[in-house]
Design a protein around this ligand. Structure first.
Ligand code: HEC
Ligand code: HEC
Ligand code: HEC
Ligand code: HEC
Ligand code: HEC
Length: 344
């Protein structure tokens, strides 16, 4: 191991005592992605300035600390998309990741209002779960940069299920970590307490909250495969009867076989700040991307250079100026996201 790598490891472990903060609502406003703006306001403008920039190019303090634990592809989109050779197992835009299509997710099982059918997560939830269920390596892409598949071109990744580690090891610029070989960590299992702490997960280091320090707690971002404690996904949106029953608002535009959405500006397009429902063959359903846009949405509306709504939400759910870290976020009414669908 050369000296630079040793220093990186020490740098990585030296900070274990200073850990980052996550707020009770799950939003972690002290990300460096929000505190290191480049030529514009913080956490605005594009995905490069958000937590979903997994190349960490915004991180001027020590992005290299992570390099032994996931392949550093040096680009933002590639952790999720590819222009060619996308995952044919999932109806998601040019998807470059392994997906957990065969996972036995435990689905929401306590419907009380309408007892709508809850099925397995649909494509626009499986995309998110390919990192957030904590079972697939963050760097498990199908196509690495420049080289099509792997640098040597002899291996390929799994399109569904877990990652092909031999393929990921083929990345030319691998860093060797404390475990000797290059590592391809998963986000975590959400129960990172005690010692040893998830030795093969990002939560090895990103494990608890002490506000104001460098390493953020990722446990709250790990949803696991048990989705019973999360807002239902893969759940049918109430049909006209349910809407008429007074519990739900009707979407303004319906595109059968594709999606329905709440067209707040009347331009007949599903804009990033508009809540949508996805039809992947079972009718209009709520999925992760109904509420979240993984690229970030300006809180002051599309086209404004305002800070993104917290937690990648399409509609700011009422985080206001008095909330720490919320300066510059244009706040909508409390619960605005929820009230788009629910009439309460
Ligand atoms: C009905 C809307 C809605 C759906 C559907 C939804 N979320 Fe969220 N999500 C939110 C809101 C609102 C927050 C903000 C934090 C809070 O209030 O708990 C959030 C927070 C989060 C967080 C931050 C940590 C946390 O738990 O608070 C993650 C990660 C997340 N969502 C991922 C997902 C994934 C993955 C899916 C699909 C399996 C999903 N969300 C589906 C509304 C939604
Ligand atoms: C963390 C994962 C992730 C990263 C990184 C990412 N995307 Fe996406 N992208 C998604 C997901 C998930 C969808 C599907 C969302 C939906 O169904 O609305 C999507 C959809 C899209 C779409 C089509 C729908 C839309 O919202 O316009 C485009 C275009 C797109 N991404 C471009 C990009 C580009 C360009 C980059 C890099 C600058 C990028 N994405 C980085 C996850 C990602
Ligand atoms: C390529 C892996 C990957 C994919 C795909 C992905 N995420 Fe994430 N996401 C992460 C990681 C890693 C973090 C937390 C670490 C960080 O960047 O600070 C995160 C953080 C988040 C947060 C917390 C943001 C905050 O400000 O506190 C939310 C919410 C979230 N993701 C939702 C989603 C949703 C919804 C999708 C799908 C539309 C998605 N993610 C797809 C890797 C991913
Ligand atoms: C060996 C410990 C270690 C491991 C394992 C680790 N990290 Fe980190 N991570 C760090 C340190 C240290 C920092 C803070 C670096 C700095 O000073 O900026 C950090 C910061 C980050 C940040 C920037 C957070 C922000 O927004 O401010 C992200 C994103 C991140 N890590 C992602 C990951 C992901 C994804 C994994 C798993 C693939 C991972 N890390 C595994 C040590 C680690
Ligand atoms: C995209 C539309 C949509 C959005 C946005 C939305 N919901 Fe839901 N929600 C639904 C649907 C559909 C169901 C399933 C209803 C059923 O049949 O039980 C549901 C179920 C629920 C349930 C469980 C009800 C039950 O029957 O057990 C609660 C609680 C809930 N939502 C709260 C919220 C909150 C809080 C928010 C905002 C963070 C929110 N929802 C945002 C569509 C939505």
């Amino acid at each position: 191991m050369d000296i630079t790598k040793t220093v990186r490891l020490i740098a990585g472990f030296g900070v274990l005592i200073f850990t980052g903060g996550v707020f009770a609502d799950g939003w972690a406003p002290d990300s460096q992605a929000t505190e290191m703006p480049r030529d514009h306001v913080a956490n605005a403008g594009g995905i490069t300035d958000t937590r979903h920039n997994l190349s960490l190019s915004y991180n001027i303090r020590g992005a290299v600390a992570m390099d032994p634990y996931r392949n550093q592809y040096g680009a933002v989109c590639i952790y999720c998309h590819t222009p060619h050779g996308a995952n044919s197992q999932i109806e998601a835009p040019l998807w470059n990741r392994t997906v957990n299509r065969d996972a036995a997710y435990q689905i929401y099982d306590a419907p009380t209002t309408l007892m709508r059918t809850v099925s397995a997560p649909g494509p626009t939830s499986l995309t998110c779960l390919s990192c957030h269920d904590g079972t697939i390596a963050i760097d498990s892409v199908l196509n690495m940069p420049s080289s099509g598949r792997s640098p040597t071109g002899t291996l390929s990744n799994n399109e569904r299920g877990s990652a092909n580690t031999a393929f990921l090891d083929d990345w030319a610029n691998n860093e060797f970590g404390i475990f000797g070989a290059p590592q391809h960590f998963q986000l975590g299992d959400g129960v990172a307490t005690g010692i040893p702490r998830n030795p093969d997960k990002c939560t090895l280091c990103h494990f608890e909250s002490v506000p104001g320090s460098a390493v953020d707690d990722f446990n709250v971002f790990v949803m696991g495969t048990d989705l019973r404690d999360d807002h239902p996904v893969g759940v049918l949106y109430p049909d006209a009867a349910g809407v008429d029953g007074g519990f739900f608002n009707a979407p303004t535009v319906e595109l059968p076989g594709s999606m329905a959405f709440f067209d707040t500006n009347g331009n007949n397009r599903a804009d990033p700040d508009e809540v949508r429902l996805y039809d992947s063959g079972e009718g209009y359903e709520v999925e992760c991307a109904s509420c979240h846009d993984p690229h970030g949405v300006p809180s002051g509306g599309i086209g404004t250079n305002t800070r993104f709504s917290p937690s990648f939400l399409r509609v700011n759910n009422g985080v206001v100026g008095s909330h720490a870290g919320a300066t510059g976020i244009v706040s909508a009414a409390p619960s605005a996201l929820c009230l788009t669908c629910h009439t309460k």
